[in-house]
Design a protein around this ligand. Structure first.
Ligand code: G6P
Ligand code: MG
Length: 230
C-alpha cells in the first residue's frame, strides 16, 4: 500500500456512503421482491448493495429460483417499476440525508486540493448529488451507462481514477458494499469499507460508520498498515 502522502484522489460511491439512499433502494427492491414472490432477507439486501439495476433484478430472481420465469421485456418493465418507486422515495430528499460527517469530509478534501470523482453505479446519481447540494465538489463523475461491467468488476473504479488523470494506486475508494470493495481492490486503489467489518472484511481499511471517516483517521489507519507491511 502507498503512503498517505502519495494519495492524490478520492473515488466515492454514493448510496450508503454519502447519502442514506441505500435504504430507499432496498425499500424499492423489497417491494418488487414481494410482488415477484421472492422472500426478502438481510443477506439478499447485502448482495444487492452497489449492484446495477438489471443485475440487481437478476440477483433477486436467481435468489428466488425464478431466473427463467420472465422475458427480457418483462424484466425491463419490472426494473422500471422499481426505479419509479425509488424516484418517489427521493421526492423529499435533501441535505438532511447526507450521512454523518460526509459533507465536512468532502469539503475538507476539496480544501486540501485532493481530486474527487464519483464511482456510483446509479443512473440517478446526478439527481441525488444535486438534491444534496454536493455536485460542485466533484471534479469528475463516471457515467455508469458507459461501462461494460458493473461492480464487483473493477472497471468503474479504474475509470474513476482515470478521469482524474491519476493511477488507481494514488487513490482511495470509499464503499459501503461488498461488491464495491471488491471492485476497488481489483482496480488497485486503496479500499475503505464503511459499515459492518464482517461484511466488508476484504477492505484495506474499515470504519463502522461515516462519522469516523476523516483525513486524520484514514492517515492513522494507513500508517498502522504501513507498520504491519514493513
Ligand atoms: C447503486 C446502489 C444500488 C443500485 C445501483 C443502480 O450502486 O447501491 O442499490 O441498484 O446503484 O442504481 P439505479 O439508480 O441506476 O437503479
Ligand atoms: Mg453504496
Amino acid at each position: 500500500m502507498v503512503k498517505f502522502a502519495q494519495v492524490k484522489g478520492f473515488l466515492f460511491d454514493l448510496d450508503g456512503v454519502i447519502a442514506n439512499t441505500s435504504v430507499y433502494h432496498a425499500k424499492a427492491w423489497h417491494q418488487l421482491a414481494d410482488e415477484l414472490g421472492v422472500t426478502w432477507t438481510e443477506d439478499l439486501g447485502n448482495q444487492l448493495k452497489g449492484v446495477g439495476r438489471m443485475d440487481s433484478l437478476n440477483l433477486i430472481l436467481k435468489y428466488g429460483g425464478k431466473e427463467n420465469d420472465y422475458t427480457e421485456d418483462e424484466k425491463i418493465k419490472y426494473a422500471e417499476e422499481k426505479n419509479d418507486n425509488y424516484l418517489k422515495l427521493l421526492d423529499t430528499l435533501d441535505k438532511s440525508e447526507i450521512l454523518p460527517g460526509m459533507e465536512d469530509f468532502i469539503k475538507d478534501l476539496a480544501a486540501h486540493h485532493y481530486l474527487i470523482s464519483l464511482a456510483s453505479s446509479s443512473k440517478n446519481s446526478p439527481l441525488v448529488l444535486e438534491k444534496l447540494g454536493l455536485a460542485q465538489y466533484f471534479d469528475e463523475k463516471v457515467d455508469p451507462a458507459t461501462l461494460k461491467h458493473g461492480k464487483p468488476d473493477p472497471e468503474i473504479y479504474t475509470r474513476a481514477a482515470e478521469v482524474l488523470n491519476l493511477k488507481p494506486e494514488e487513490c482511495i475508494g470509499l464503499e459501503d458494499a461488498s461488491a464495491g470493495v471488491t471492485s476497488i481492490n481489483g482496480s488497485g486503489a486503496i479500499s475503505v469499507g464503511i459499515g459492518d467489518p464482517k461484511v466488508l472484511h476484504e477492505a484495506d481499511i474499515n470504519f463502522n460508520d461515516t462519522s469516523e471517516v476523516t483525513l486524520d483517521n484514514i492517515k492513522k489507519e494507513m500508517d498502522k498498515k504501513k507498520v504491519l507491511d514493513d
